[in-house]
Design a protein around this ligand. Structure first.
Ligand code: GLV
Length: 315
């Protein structure tokens, strides 16, 4: 039997599946365990199954004398010091692919919601403020169909966005580390993308080169009529600069699923702005996808513990 730490309850029967071959120490709360709890309990563990709310830094890795694998229940792995873990011979695994379509769907949902003022309209009705019968200039939004979509980052999620955009007859331009031949979209440089897109979607992962990539200078390059959508990591955008951009009208609106601090603080100026649609980090949050993520995270962990090749390893 292997000794493993699991920092969240998972959907389905995947923890029971793990228990057939492992002694599982499970953190049962929905609030994440403290760093102290992880430090106290990681020392004798062969494996750890964690989520994005657990930061695995050098100190934890140094404590984890027997650890062979860190399996994260997420596509992002910016919460893990992967380089250091690998230098200690620890395999890091993750759950890409199974959440691509759910995340791309949510991004399109945010895009349409902010462009067509869906949430504003909903809250107007709920507040009892829908007082006038239909008239031609009431709550006008911005068209999506036929517009230019700029995608920053062309990984799995970027490609899933291209497919959806084609259904809306959008012109798609993109910027990423390299050109891709297998997509119906034009590679452009980042400033061109920002200056020419009606919708800018961020689909990069968070790392040193993407931290605060959308800063004041980049936001100012966007069209005044354009929208920004982010469901990657909050830290990719300089949130202070974004708030200024929205307050001063440099861009028309924003759809956000992720924030620099999560949960979003109650006093965030974002909450006072109408041209903002917010969701609480729901990119992969469908019943189907979260179940598949549990299967992959558990199987990744077991495969690596046995010395076999995991389904998805971070390299
Ligand atoms: C969610 O944000 C993930 O990284 O899976």
């Amino acid at each position: 039997m292997y000794n493993v730490l699991v920092t969240k309850k998972l959907p389905g029967n995947w923890i029971d599946y793990l228990k057939k071959e492992c002694n599982v120490m499970l953190w049962e709360d929905i609030y994440p365990p403290s760093k102290e709890w992880i430090l106290q309990n990681i020392e004798d563990k062969d494996g750890a199954l964690i989520t994005l709310t657990e930061k695995i830094d050098k100190e934890i890795i140094d404590h984890a004398k027997k650890l062979k694998v860190i399996s994260t229940y997420s596509v992002g792995y910016d919460h893990i010091d992967v380089k250091y873990a690998r230098s200690k011979g620890i395999i890091v695994t993750y759950t890409p692919e199974v959440l691509t379509d759910a995340t791309a769907d949510l991004i399109f949902g945010l895009l349409i919601s902010v462009a067509r003022r869906v949430c504003e309209g909903d809250s107007l009705i709920r507040k009892g403020e829908w007082k006038t019968p239909w008239y031609p200039t009431f709550m006008l939004g911005t068209e999506v169909y036929g517009k230019t979509l700029g995608i920053i980052g062309m990984g799995r999620i970027g490609k899933a966005l291209v497919k959806r955009a084609k259904g809306f007859d959008m012109k798609v331009i993109y910027n990423s580390r390299r050109k891709h031949e297998d997509i119906d979209a034009e590679y452009v440089d980042l400033d061109y993308l920002l200056e020419n897109s009606d919708y800018v979607v961020i689909a990069v992962d968070l790392n040193e080169s993407t931290y605060h990539m959308m800063n004041e200078d980049k936001l100012r390059r966007m069209k005044k009529s354009a929208f920004l959508i982010n469901a990657s990591r909050g830290q990719v955008i300089d949130e202070k600069a974004l708030i200024k951009a929205l307050q001063e009208g440099w861009i028309r609106g924003v759809g956000l699923d992720v924030f620099e601090r999560e949960p979003l603080p109650k006093d965030s100026p974002l909450l006072k702005l109408n041209n903002v649609v917010l969701t609480p980090h729901l990119g992969s949050a469908t019943i189907e996808t979260r179940d598949k993520m549990a299967e992959i995270a558990v199987k990744n962990l077991l495969l690596a513990l046995k010395g076999d090749k995991p389904i998805y390893e971070v390299r």
